[in-house]
Each structure stands twice: as C-alpha cells, then as structure tokens.
Design a protein around this ligand. Sequence first.
Ligand code: ZN
Length: 203
Amino acid sequence: MKILAIGRNYIDHAKELNNPVPSEPVVFLMPETSILRKGQAFFYPEFSMDVHFEVELVLKINRLGKNISERFAHRYYEEIGIGIDFTARDLQSELKKKGLPWEKAKSFDGATPLGEFVPKTAFQDIKNINFSLDKNGKQVQFGNSKDMIFSFDAIISHVSKYFTLKIGDLIYTGTPAGVGPIQIGDELVGKIEGKELLKVQVK
Ligand code: ZN
C-alpha cells in the first residue's frame, strides 16, 4: 500500500508558512514504513531539531481505480480517519530552498501516526467535519473539511490521474493552520467531532 499526501490544502495553513495558495493539489508520497499504528510511540528523529505536528483527515481507499472522475470519487472511500503528518520543518526548509523533494522531511519512519477510522455514513455531511489536535491537553489545531481548497473528491480525481489507487491506500488530505513544534514528553491526541481517535506519545 501507499500513502498519498496533500500539501497546502487549507488557505490559512498555506499562509502561515508563507506558501502560495495552490491552483492544483500539491501531492507527495509516503511509504508504508512511515505509518505509526495505534499505541506506538513516536521517537524524535536525530536528524531534526524542529519536528512539527500537522493533523489531517485521512481517507482509506476501498476500490481499485485510475482516472477517477470527481463525480464518482465518493465511491472509492467509505471511511474517514485522522492522522498526523510529522514534518521535520528545519530539513524541509533546507530542501525547499534548494528545490529538492521533501521526502526526507516528511516520509521518514514513524512520520505518519494513524488513528481509528469512522464510517462515512456516521457523518451528516462530509463537507462539514470538525477535527482537532490537542497537545498535552490543550487544543493546538482545529479544522473543518469545508475549508479545504480541494475536496476529498477533487483530490481523488486529481491523484488518480497519476497513481492507480489500490484497496488500503491512504490519502492524508492536508492540515489546517496552527502547526507547531513537538518536544520529547509531549502527548498528542487527535479528535473527529470531539471523539478521541488517535493518541501519540513523543519519546
Ligand atoms: Zn501535511
């Protein structure tokens, strides 16, 4: 399986990092080894001094597809979850400056903690899903899927032009504003509609 991730999908977050608002989705890939399953701790990597949290809604692909039209994209996922896209911001800034790919800063081992999933049918409107991240008991990020620049369906349509989607693939759909650094000893809790679905200890 593979993980596709979308960068700069919330205007407020693009602005906080002084990035332009994109006219098409910014896409990058993460390998299976970046996943941190429930209950696993995140070990602060030695190659960074500035790892940031980014909380994101995650789609789980449940059908094989390529060149999926936006109109039919909703048939390709039945569950929505929450995850963190840990980013070595210092390394990413260096790579960006040189115009190099981001993978070392985004796709390293353990960089994508993955929480539990919720069936799509549990939501009244998937264009209005509240989600949040708490750090040490204090809310640090809050987002709503209505503020995404590219909707779930637009993302699926776009990425499937380039990458065949397979059952079990994950799509991290971008982070809202409020990203910030973590430290050893922190506890991060991800919630959808107030329900705790993800917990990570930083060690
Ligand atoms: Zn991200």
